[in-house]
Each structure stands twice: as C-alpha cells, then as structure tokens.
Design a protein around this ligand. Structure first.
Ligand code: SF4
Length: 486
C-alpha cells in the first residue's frame, strides 16, 4: 500500500496580519485530497503546517511515518493560497528539500506551482501538478506504483533524465464533485484551531466548500486551477457535511469558502429546503456578488438557511473602474443588495480594491463616499495585485521585473507604475479605514441622540473615537493631496 505524507504551504504564523486576526482554518482541500487517496487504497498522514511556526518538525515525521511520497497540496479554498506569497513559496522549497534528503518522491499541487512550475522543479519537486489535483495525483501514484510512463499522466510538469522539463496536457476538471469523499477531518487537530479562535474571544468557524471555480470574468482574478469552469456539489451532500460537523466537532458556525456561494440557479433554494427538512440551526458566512444576490429570492432563501454574513466583492464606488475590471456588476446593485441584506439583519463586508489602472482621485472619492453611505459592517481593503494568467497581469507585466509577488498578505505593495506612487496607496489604505471607523462612530452617536434611552458605553466610546479620528483624517487627507500632486 503506497504511503503518502500530505502537507501544504500556508503557515498562518508566517503571515503576521492573518495570525493576529486569529481566525485560522484547517487545510480543507489538502484533507479532501488525503481522503480521496485513502479511499483509493493509500495510507495517508498529514503534516499540517497551518499553526506551526516553521517546518522544523518535518524531518521527524518523515522518519517516523516513512512515506513513499511527500505531497504539498495547498488548500485552494483558502483565498490566501491564491496570493502566491513568497514567504510560503520559500517554506515550500525548504520542505521539498527536506523530503528530497529523506529520499522521498516530492509532489506539489498549488496555484503558485501551477504558474511557476520551473521554480518548484528547481527546488527538488519531482512532479508539479498543474490544475485540479485529486484525479491527477491518483493517476500519478498509479503510474509510479505500476512503473508506467509519466507522460501518460495528464496535468503534470516534471523533468526527464536529460533534465528537460516536460509538461503533459491538462487533466479534465472534475464535474461530479459528489464523488469526492468527506475531507479527512480525522487528520486535522480541530481543537488546536478552535483554541485560537476562543482565546481571541471569537466564535469558532469551520470551513466547507460547496463549489469549485467561478464563471465570472473579473480581469484581475487569477484562475490557474479551474480556468472559467465551475462545478457544484449537491445541497444534500453539503448538508450531510454540516451534520457531520454538528455531530463530531460541536460547531454550528461555518465559512462557506467558495469563490462565490450559490452560483447555480435554484441551488440556494434547494439548500434551504434541505436545511429546513432536517431541522438544522446553523450560521454561515459567504462570499458573493451584488448581482447574484439580487436574483430570484436568493436573499430570502439564504437568510432562511442560516446566512448571517456576506462579503461582497464591491471593489470600487466608481462604475468606470468596475467596467474597466470587467466586473459585471453595477454600483446600483451594490447599493440595493447591501440595503436588502441589512434589512434582513445580515452583516455585510466589502472587499475594496484600490489602484486599478487609470483610477483617479475622483474614482477614489466615489469609493469612499460609497463606504460612508452604505456603512458595511466590515471592510477589507487591498490594492490591485497582478497575478499570472490575467488580462491585468499582461497589461503591467513589464513593470514586474524587480518584484512580482507579495511577501505576505499585508505587503500591499503597488508593484507596477500607477497613477500615484506606492506611498499614496499605503496612506490611502489607512485613511479609508480611519474615515470608515469615524463614520461608524458618527452613526452610533446619531442613534444615541435619536433615542437617549438606549445609550450604552459603546455610544460614549464613539464620541471619543470621533475626537480621536478627526485630526488624523484631516492630517492624512492633507498628506494624500500632497502625494497625489507630487
Ligand atoms: S466573481 Fe470573484 S472569483 Fe469570480 S472572477 Fe470575479 S473576483 Fe474572481
């Protein structure tokens, strides 16, 4: 029976912003691959680096478990892995080298390795799986075990005995996701993950995936694994997984970690019916699009099934910028969906992206006005990040010679020539958060004035916050004006 040691290359501890946030998730796709290979006759184990400081325990586990294969299989459901951060890439290289020293075959499957397979092959990877991994990995292990030729395995890059790189045709994307088993949750230390949430005073969430891929065409969004394809699990299978967690992990809060939840027409309604039929009470958060939320009775069905938070890829308050991104949504849809969600008591988070090509001060002002007007409950701000395979990357590629990847998720470096200099965007990021926090406080003060009977400590704190933020905002605004005109 072939022995496979699985791992992945996202170390929360090496990404200080995410580590401080204290919301780590076990590596879902890695565990799915492990479950799949176990079902196909392999003995599997997991070296989960999610909560580790570094990869130093790898050597011991390689000696103890004695695998034939070491597989770095990134959790593609975790959006952080799609950022292809250099800190994680370097950690992967170090793990590859360690496994190579132990005489174990090294296989890598990730967004970054798909795009940069030569780099991974240069650092002791024997095989890079390009694209969706489970089927390819199974075919690859079969080829090794049966000593058949690797060139018959689709979806891989490797070097032959003459040290030439060979790339085989892409593996077909899996269309029936229900054939996948439950992720191998028995391999994860769920309690250690839970402890981090609880110690930070947060409600513990677990991650569930209901789809793979996304059919939309936002021209900066990299899709090295699925391209434009997407596939969906049946609501029944998803609800089976929810029941499994309710029973085994005592968790009723879930992050549905799809790029876009509820893509397929009618899916959300079926999901709601399944949840209601089994009388389950859960709370979940999703990522979605403003236009999709407004279709059918989606918001009603989402709320009835337990939705309590939505992150919308709002991106910009300027229609010109949304159109330039090929986003396919309108400012009006962002307004409508946000208001409807709030009316239903659902929390709303906005992803905002600054620095898209040709974005001007006026576009930025429209974005800030939209944030102030719609008052999302949370705000995630980033700057445009060119990733290989996108139209956006092609437009700015010539500027990326000195740096093409962020070091960690807080890097936010503007790596290409833009309307304003990188320091402008760094300050804009802080300024927007300040304006957002101040406007939230102002709203609370208004609330207290309109009904003095409800005044609480949070309202008093809001007054202090307004006093604190006002001079900072004035000073940062002056500095932004100086930077934009220099
Ligand atoms: S909707 Fe989201 S996941 Fe889909 S292409 Fe746009 S940014 Fe990417």
């Amino acid at each position: 029976m072939p022995k496979i040691l699985f791992s992945h290359s996202y170390f929360y501890q090496l990404d200080s912003k995410q580590w401080k946030m204290a919301e780590p998730f076990p590596p879902l796709m890695t565990m799915t691959a492990a479950g799949f290979l176990r079902d196909h006759g392999c003995e599997v184990s997991l070296f989960d680096v999610g909560l580790r400081e570094n990869e130093s325990g790898l050597s011991d586990i390689l000696s103890q478990f004695g695998p034939d294969y070491f597989v770095i299989f990134d959790d593609g459901f975790n959006w952080l892995t799609k950022m292809c951060l250099t800190t994680m890439r370097e950690a992967a290289f170090r793990m590859q080298e360690t496994a190579h020293r132990h005489g174990v075959k090294v296989i890598v499957c990730s967004s970054d390795a798909t795009d940069h397979y030569e780099k991974y092959l240069d650092h002791h990877a024997d095989i890079v799986i390009r694209g969706e991994g489970e089927m390819t990995l199974k075919a690859l292990i079969d080829a090794y075990e049966n000593e058949t030729s690797l060139d018959q395995v689709n979806g891989i890059a490797y070097r032959n005995t003459s040290d030439e790189t060979l790339v085989t045709p892409r593996q077909a994307i899996m269309t029936d996701l229900d054939q996948l088993p439950l992720p191998a949750w028995d391999l994860a230390d769920v309690d250690s993950y839970r402890q981090i949430w609880c110690e930070a005073g947060k409600t513990h969430y677990l991650n569930i995936a209901t789809t793979r891929g996304c059919p939309y065409k936002c021209n900066w969004c990299a899709k090295p694994i699925y391209g434009q394809r997407y596939n969906v699990r049946s609501p029944k299978k998803v609800v089976d997984e929810i029941e499994f967690h309710l029973e085994h992990h005592n968790v009723d809060h879930f992050w549905m970690c799809d790029d876009i939840f509820g893509l397929k027409p009618g899916w959300v309604q079926e999901f709601r019916n399944e949840i209601e039929a089994r009388k389950l009470k859960i709370y979940y958060k999703i990522q979605s699009r403003a236009d999709l939320l407004l279709e059918e009775d989606n918001i009603d069905a989402l709320v009835a099934s337990g939705l309590h938070e939505v992150w919308i890829g709002a991106e910009s308050g300027s229609q010109k910028i949304l159109d330039a991104m090929d986003k396919g949504t309108t400012i009006n849809q962002i307004h409508q969906s946000t208001k409807l969600l709030k009316q239903h008591g659902v929390k709303v988070g906005f992803f905002i992206q600054y620095g898209y090509l040709n974005e001007t001060k006026q576009d930025i002002e429209l974005t800030i006005a939209m944030i102030k007007d719609l008052q999302p409950d949370s705000l995630g701000i980033s700057v445009s990040y060119p990733l290989p395979g996108t139209k956006f990357y092609e437009k700015v590629q010539k500027d990326l010679e000195s740096k093409a990847n962020w070091v960690d998720s807080d890097d936010l470096d503007m790596m290409f020539q833009n309307t304003y200099q990188p320091s402008f965007y760094r300050l804009l990021h802080q300024y927007t958060h300040n304006v957002y926090n101040r406007s939230k406080s102002v709203r609370l003060i208004h609330e207290a004035f309109s009904n003095p009977l409800i005044v609480r400590w949070k309202h008093v704190k809001s007054v202090l916050k307004v006093i604190y933020y006002t001079p900072i905002i004035i000073w940062r605004n002056l500095k932004l004006n100086r930077l934009s005109s220099s």
